[in-house]
Design a protein around this ligand. Sequence first.
Ligand code: BEZ
Length: 213
Amino acid sequence: MTLRLGDIAPDFTQQSTIGEIRFHEWAGPHWVVLFSHPADFTPVCTTELGKTAKLAGEFARRNVKPLAVSVDPLESHQQWIQDINDTQSTTVNFPILADADRKVAELYDMIHPNSLANATVRSVFIIDPEKKIRLTLTYPASTGRNFTEILRVIDSLQLTDSHKVATPADWQEGDEVVIVPSLQDPEEIARRFPQGYRAIRPYLRLTPQPNRQ
Ligand code: BEZ
């Protein structure tokens, strides 16, 4: 099944390291980062899960729940968590789905057999509180993901959901943003952006990040 931006993230029930998860119910009013791993006890995955655990405060501050997926069984996950905690000096504080029957991996098209036989690649789905898919990423097994980038995209999504702006290339929290081209009414622009804006071209208007005034 091809999942696209704006689609409703498919619901599922699956075992996890914190017990059975009914996905939509578990997500509740939160954002979710659903991300897959090729296998337990592999080096890159170990660093990725350690990094996610260390960023717990950053995810919580943004109302985001991380949820990892691996097609290994629950007992393996439980042992692996000990290793992650020991080697990455952290405490894994988010669930890992035990997707041994590949229910979730297949539902979310996380197995790309021409890249990696019999295991998931490194997929990421950012899902909003309405359960809509807002970002998809697919990395190869050999490349660990950049979790700072995942947080940056969440910041952009949350900002652009509540203001008529978009974020330019390499935007970081606090940088200027662009006013969406569809916004043309001068009164509304003045009301929304009291600090004014710079029009480099009529379609390229930069303004200070509105939620930091
Ligand atoms: C890893 O997580 O280290 C890994 C997994 C599968 C293939 C290559 C690396």
